[in-house]
Design a protein around this ligand. Structure first.
Ligand code: G4P
Length: 539
């Protein structure tokens, strides 16, 4: 391979890579993602009292809450990536946006993860947002661990929950531990394989500090104070049933995304949290080889420990900190060692760039990163040269797979209310499009017409308008178009016969996107143009 830098790979590379666990937590809002994140920080020793992340979070779920949260700016910055040690592992936790709307941002974040933890509310089971996020993980075959949360409240039947995970999500569920009681009686989790039961009681400050834990063999469960015979029988019967009819856990099937190990617990009270984290670091994969396209055609697999530095940009964020009004590109290291000040090949632009200002970002503090390993996330200042999906490396012979894009479902036209703010408006819109918050589309027939903005969910428009106001001081007016479906067109756009309501536009890469007001219009176009095709999801 042709290298910009022929320095040999450092000896610690393999060991450092093996320690990394880079993952995201996915859940329907309110299932407990934030609480579990906080407990991970508590158990890793990063915070002494849980409650800080929540306090910053302020609100969630609705767009107005999201804005309040954004105003504070804390969470979205923390949100990008957090690195901390947990026992012997080095954790890189990526945050997926906590709002209701599915956004491409979530998908892109998941492209940087090696595994995901799916949090499910034991009282509610699999909810809508979990389904979507899960589908996204499946697209990439990301291994998923399931944490069934809120066992301290009334829970649905445990077997029903497992059945629902399997039915709704189409994956085998293999419980690795089993709850002792639920609601008021929830007091421990039994390891399905070893038969050891971890029993919990609340620490001094309740869930704000670690729960007290002791371990006991299942055969001695009846000796525990406060555990009645009925409960002991239930746990034993359940475990017998599982041993007979459950899916035995197989790590390989887990790594291939075919089976999810299931854990039970209560993030709020910390019951079951530590056994889960311990198994998580054991089971979740370290950074693995990534497929890439060779510059001269064909595919290669980029090994994290055998190829000099490479990485890709999965997120761009402007104006992260009012004190540093600049744009930052988030880079996932895929192979080799990242070193501050290194000169790398920027594949899309076909030139070399120096990565001199590199940071790890946690809360509002930026810490300079001098060295990073596969699985790590590095923030680099973006002087307008990076775009989402860009490959950077010391080796110029490959390009990571392009980021998939989802067809927009809401389309609008946006303009500044005060025409004097036009320049700031144009700058803001361009930067926010670079971030991938929304896409910009131009009319195919009259490219000079004002551009359209398009997104997968309406919330993205609220965010766009909010940020144009907050960061660029521009009030805007947005008019929604009736189009709710879109697809990329394959085939000659000049010869296409399209229904009256459909509109042809061009995306930022010059590809034709057709906008439709109804499914009927889409089907009509396909029927009338057998030589053309419509793609919903671009890989
Ligand atoms: P999210 O990030 O997935 O949206 O969920 P989050 O952790 O914010 O949790 C949503 C609500 O559920 C919070 O209550 C939180 O305290 C509660 N919760 C999380 N895990 C558990 C659990 O294991 N058991 C119980 N009983 N509750 C849990 P809230 O009332 O919205 O907020 P707060 O007043 O507690 O801060």
């Amino acid at each position: 391979m042709e290298n910009l830098n022929s320095t040999p790979l450092p000896p610690e590379l393999a060991a450092e890579t093996a320690l990394r666990r880079t993952f995201a937590i996915i859940s329907h809002p309110d299932a407990g993602k934030t609480t579990l994140t906080e407990k991970l920080l508590l158990y890793s020793g990063m915070v002494r009292t849980a409650g800080m992340v929540r306090a910053r979070k302020g609100g969630k779920s609705t767009s107005s809450d999201w804005m309040a949260m954004e105003q504070e700016r804390g969470i979205s910055i923390t949100a990008s990536a957090m690195q901390f040690p947990y026992k012997t592992a080095t954790i890189n936790l990526l945050d997926t946006p906590g709002h209701q709307d599915f956004s491409e941002d979530t998908y892109r974040t998941l492209t940087a993860a090696d595994s995901a933890v799916m949090v499910i509310d034991a009282g509610k089971g699999v909810e809508a947002q979990t389904r979507k996020l899960f589908a996204v993980c499946r697209l990439r075959n990301i291994p998923i661990l399931t944490f069934i949360n809120k066992l301290d409240l009334n829970s649905r039947d445990f077997f029903d929950l497992l059945h629902e995970v399997e039915q709704v999500l189409g994956i085998h569920a293999s419980p690795l531990n089993w709850p002792v009681g639920s609601g008021k009686t929830f007091s421990g989790v039994a390891d399905v394989v070893s038969g050891q039961v971890a029993m919990f009681s609340r620490g001094e400050l309740g869930g704000a500090q670690r729960a007290l834990m002791h371990s006991r063999p299942l055969a001695e469960l009846h000796l525990e104070q406060g555990i009645d015979t009925e409960l002991v029988h239930k746990v034993r019967d359940d475990l017998d049933l599982l041993a007979g009819a459950g899916n035995p856990f197989d790590r390989r099937s887990f790594l291939e995304g075919q089976v999810t190990p299931v854990f039970f617990g209560s993030a709020l009270t910390n019951f079951g949290v530590e056994p889960f984290f311990d198994r998580f670091v054991e089971l979740a994969p370290a950074p693995r080889a990534v497929k890439a396209d060779k510059a001269d055609g064909g595919e290669i697999t980029v090994s994290p420990t055998e190829v000099p530095f490479s990485g890709f940009v999965f997120k761009i964020q402007a104006n992260m900190n009012p004190r540093h009004r600049d744009s930052m590109a988030f880079l996932r290291v895929c192979s080799g060692v990242f070193e501050r000040d290194m000169v790398v090949r920027h594949h899309r632009l076909g030139k070399e760039v120096r990565l001199s200002r590199s940071y790890s970002v946690m809360a509002q503090d930026r810490n300079t990163v001098d060295r990073a390993y596969p699985g790590d996330i590095v923030g680099v200042i973006n002087p307008g040269v990076f775009a989402i999906g860009d490959t950077l490396s010391l080796d110029s012979s490959f390009n990571f797979k392009p980021m998939p894009q989802f067809p927009p479902e809401v389309i609008g036209q946006i303009r500044p209310i005060d025409v004097m703010r036009r320049k700031s408006f144009d700058k803001g819109l361009l930067q926010l499009c670079d971030e991938g918050a929304v896409q910009m589309l131009r009319s195919y027939d009259i490219p000079d017409n004002p551009p359209y903005v398009a997104a997968v969910g309406k919330l993205q428009f609220d965010v766009l308008q909010y940020r144009l106001r907050a960061e660029y001081n521009v009030e805007t007016q947005l008019e929604l178009l009736p189009h709710q479906f879109s697809a990329w067109l394959e085939g000659d756009p000049k010869t296409v016969k399209k229904p009256r309501g459909a509109m042809m536009t061009l995306d930022s890469r010059g590809r034709v996107v057709v906008l439709f007001s109804s499914e009927w219009e889409k089907n009509y176009l396909l029927e009338q143009n057998p030589q053309h095709r419509l793609t919903d999801f671009l890989k």
